[in-house]
Design a protein around this ligand. Sequence first.
Ligand code: GCU
Length: 601
Amino acid sequence: MKFPRIIILQVLLSLFAPSGVLASTGLTVNAYGRDHVSLNGKWSAIPDLYDQGRRMEIYKNRTPQGKTDFYEYSFGPGCMRLNVPGDWNSQSPELKYYEGTVWYARPFHAKQVAGRRRVIHFAGVSYRATVYLNGREIASHEGSFTPFEVDVTDMLAPDGENLLVVEANNRRTSDAIPAEAFDWWNYGGITRDVLLLDLPEQHVADYTVRLAGGSTDTVEAEVLLSQPEEGVEVEVAIPALKNGIRLTTDAGGRATGSFRVKNLKLWEPGAPSLYDVVVRTPSDTVTERIGFRTLGVDGTKILFNGKPEFMRSVSFHEEIPQRMGRACSVQDAEQLINEAEALGVNMVRTAHYPQNEHIVRLAEERGIVLWEEIPVWQGISFTDSATLAKAQRMMTEMIARDKNRCAVAFWSVANETRPSPERDRFVKSLIDTVRSLDSSRLVTAAFDNVGYDKASGTFTGSDNIPALLDVVAVNKYMGWYAPWPLAPDKCIWNFAPDKPLIISEFGGEALYGQHGSSDTASSWSEDYQEKLYLDNLDMFSRIPNLAGVSPWVLYDFRSPFRFHPVNQEGWNRKGLVGDRGDRKKAWNVMHDFYMSKKRQK
Ligand code: GCU
């Protein structure tokens, strides 16, 4: 591409290199934007509760050859079939509560082609995955919510007829993230897309393209090729702006540079603006829609493009309540984002884990800011160095996947972890990991140790971590888990007063359609929930450093320890919207509040 006017600032790499280091996760950035075939669809499945499949070498998929052969398994006719992507829990009544191993298998046709690499990209497998190809173990991954890949080029069958087997296990363990008890359903399986990427031998493996820190007209780009090759010409172009840059790779196959742009329309909450960005080398071209914005904090204000923005947020799980299953498709993403948008949000807290790319990309297209987090949720094994390494890897994978999403403004490192020397060390290490990978976004964490302190007469708390954060967040359930110590309009907050504070969770339960006393929590009534919301918003609006709120939660969601036989039946009923999509009275309270906030802009 010839650029009529190129103002190329070849600068010292160390000075203007994007603050993020191209994460060496081995992930292909923008996987969906590469040549690929989908491996979604019906897969054969064998539940293996006692984990006998490895001993039986199920992944070899042997069939009897002689008179005396027999195998006590088959992925062939008669085998259970499960949709991929999709949790197994919602696909079979027998698997609703299942925790253990399920063996998935499917054939696919692919042969080695000179000059091409074939890579299988798993967008997410819950919770542990071991991958086998043509009878051999080729990869494994732990963590339900971040992608992983394996280059299968040299393992493809000569005749092109391949068998892909995935051993998925969702058993909860104390060293896992999340650990053994968490307030959402333990969905298991190949819960997200599986893509077979078709890439040039030498291809664009990774790139970061964003505004240089503090600038609104200088775009910085960092590109990493799949092979360490020096002297390769790399173009990064924004055709709509008739601008771009030509770079040359170093010995590591990496190239970095910055260029000025004119007439750049910045992405902002409620007013999305995305550009086709083209990254081109002699052997590969990748195009992705990318937005540009600045982000920062000024005292207790959160700034987008230099302007203060109050975060009108809502939290939701990656779940479609109507089918009691994990959200996994574009249509599912549309349902969740549409319902959030209707509430009047400019942000979504994708609780409590990196949600699928369809949700992330749709939020960005709609101008909705994202708060993303890994599931360091309450009781995590803070003393286990292996668990810390897992958390750091999950954070690295999340950032590697979403670092080009301008909608992502917050990386959160923990939810409701209790202060202790071990927890402080663990969380500080995570904060360091985030800052080493991406200093362009705001680091936060949600605390639930802020309470009413009689001596000072204020809502406050003491914790070592807020001082390390850009934005502090508090989950506070006044009127639900905590009775009011004072009238809402008498509650004074004093927590991290010099930093922006987001109320990252509040709310209470109500069964849709159930009406009763507005002052009795156990009525589980819409009237009680409505009053609770009015009281909490009254209190929050008096917090001097309030920078946003995120009610818990958009939809009622599945949780194994919500036992009440009438009011819950395995549902957490804090939704503003019931499990069948019906909006409760509190939805109107929140919607009115957000409309008034929007008008104040
Ligand atoms: C906590 C937690 C949520 C949970 C909520 C609740 O704040 O962060 O994951 O669902 O409380 O108890 O409903």
